[in-house]
Design a protein around this ligand. Structure first.
Ligand code: ZN
Length: 315
């Protein structure tokens, strides 16, 4: 029994061996053919991958175009920033050292190594450039926002209105060199304007300010009872010869706020408000500030009320 089994098993091995060999050879031949065909000709799968690649490149190029469009938009914003907005606030161009310097090539080393390198690297470089410009533009806008707030504050601070109700004005004596001082007979500078009106006429702050100084001025010379306001941005205003003062040093006052009453204290011979505007430590003509809202007719009427000589003040 055991012999038969051995013989039949041996037969099986002998019979099957050429078949296996044929299969093996067949397999190798088919593989080689497949390799040669796939190398020389596209298979459907390769076709599809190749098509996808082509589409990706097209999409990448579209993306690059969009990056370039964004770059030109941000360049336009940058141009408007330096030539319009910043010049509006009289500030220099924002300078950040090296902000526009490209990154070193080593940053893009990881992208090297295939036929798409130049496509990838140029896109990354464009995006980095865009990021730098956007950062600079946003910093500049932050600065401008602060400046705009200051500008608004400044527009409220500048002494731009009349310190008394204009209809109460009887006559006024102008700013500048006096014709001749009525008492001392010398030519002296009149540092403000004298607004002649009735005693007790309300006196208003001409712009937002902090009360820098109040003076009881008990002497019978000089400014008498006075208020000096500090408007910041280089402006101060003085209201002198007052009858009453309604504010104290350190108070914050806003434009149009009642600060006192017209009187005739100090070196004064009749009720009037002596009003000064000081810019950067120099006295300037107040009329140039409070005539801004006047029509030419109103200005003409004002000029008719101007006196060139007065004995209102004793200095
Ligand atoms: Zn005066």
């Amino acid at each position: 029994m055991s012999n038969t089994t051995t013989t039949s098993a041996g037969k099986v091995r002998i019979n099957r061996y050429p078949l296996l060999r044929k299969l093996l050879i067949g397999f190798i031949v088919i593989s080689l053919l497949n390799l040669i065909i796939s190398y020389c000709f596209y298979t459907p799968k390769l076709f599809s991958i190749d098509n996808q690649n082509r589409e990706l490149i097209i999409k990448y190029n579209i993306l690059q175009d969009r990056i370039r469009t964004l770059e030109s938009k941000i360049d336009d914003i940058h141009y408007r920033d330096i030539s319009v907005y910043r010049s509006l606030f009289s500030v220099d161009t924002l300078a950040i050292d090296g902000i526009y310097n490209p990154y070193p090539e080593s940053k893009y080393a990881a992208l090297q190594g295939d036929e798409y390198t130049s496509l990838m690297t140029s896109s990354w470089k464009s995006l980095d450039n865009l990021a730098r410009k956007t950062y600079a533009a946003s910093l500049s806008l932050d600065q401008l926002q602060i400046l705009a707030k200051n500008k608004e504050r400044m527009s409220f601070a500048i002494p731009a209105i009349w310190p008394i109700d204009r209809t109460q004005l009887e006559w006024f004596y102008s700013f500048g060199m006096r014709a001749k001082h009525p008492i001392y007979r010398t030519r002296k500078m009149h540092k403000g304007v004298d607004l002649s009106c009735k005693r007790g006429v309300p006196v208003y702050a001409t712009g937002d300010a902090i009360v820098e100084m109040t003076d009881k001025g008990l002497r019978r010379r000089g400014y008498g009872q006075q208020v000096l306001l500090n408007h910041e941005f280089g402006y101060q205003t003085r209201y002198a010869h007052l009858n009453k003062i309604y504010v104290k040093e350190g108070d914050r006052v806003s434009r149009g706020q009642l600060i006192g009453e017209v009187g005739s204290t100090g070196g004064s011979t009749g009720p009037h408000l002596h009003y000064e505007v000081i810019y950067m430590g120099r006295h300037v003509n107040p009329v140039n500030y409070f005539n801004r809202n006047m029509t030419s007719e109103e200005y003409k009427q004002l000029m008719e009320k101007m006196k060139t000589n007065t004995d209102l003040e004793i200095e």
